[in-house]
Write a protein of this length. Structure first.
Length: 208
């Protein structure tokens, strides 16, 4: 019996090692909500930025049947350090001509979005990311995607979101950093899940 069990374990490990990148979805599935923090557990600045960035990036792209939970699980897994694959590897495979299964696409779209969002904090301040609450960031992304699907997005003048944005600026712009080089007119964004940084669609003006 022990020999059979050992064989099964070893076989599983070998199969896992040979599996394609799209099989690596650690926490996908289930009907339970992805994240549902209590109000007093939410960091306002982290939530506000995540919510606004998600809305500005995905407005007009979330249909009624969009797999929001799978997208949010991908974002949450990235933020919690559960995804070991490199972001560029995921990006290349996700947008290859071969195509991927819908749930896989939604999950890894969330991973890429969260990864791009995380990298943007360093543009404000090298220490900015250390002031961000990852769970609140994940909650903001999830709530925004749910609101986009339900066509009930909060106003950009929402008091809670505005105050949260101000809090982030106070924390992350205390030490000005060099502004990133502006993209040329020829630059195009092929990945719809990247956070766009032009004047028409920006992360609430933080990276202008």
């Amino acid at each position: 019996m022990l020999k059979k069990l050992s064989f099964i374990v070893v076989s599983t490990i070998l199969l896992s090692a040979c599996s394609s990148w799209s099989d690596y979805i650690p926490f996908i599935g289930g009907s339970k909500s992805v994240i549902n923090l209590e109000q007093n557990k939410i960091d306002q600045k982290s939530y506000a930025v995540a919510y606004q960035a998600t809305v500005q990036t995905y407005t007009g792209r979330v249909s009624e049947d969009y797999l929001v939970d799978d997208f949010a699980r991908g974002a949450n897994d990235w933020l919690m350090g559960r995804v070991s694959l490199l972001l560029e590897q995921i990006r290349q495979n996700l947008y290859s001509e071969k195509g991927v299964e819908t749930k896989t696409f939604a999950y890894y779209s969330g991973v890429i979005f969260a990864g791009d969002l995380q990298s943007n904090f360093s543009r404000l301040n090298v220490n900015c990311w250390s002031n961000i609450d990852r769970a609140s960031l994940s909650q903001g992304i999830y709530d925004a995607m749910l609101d986009l699907r339900g066509n009930k997005v909060r106003s950009e003048n929402d008091e809670y979101l505005v105050k949260g944005s101000e809090q982030l600026l106070n924390v992350c712009q205390s030490e000005p950093t060099k502004k990133p080089t502006k993209a040329t007119k020829k630059t195009s964004i092929k990945n719809p899940n990247q956070v766009v940084k032009n004047k028409n669609v920006s992360w609430i003006g933080f990276f202008e």
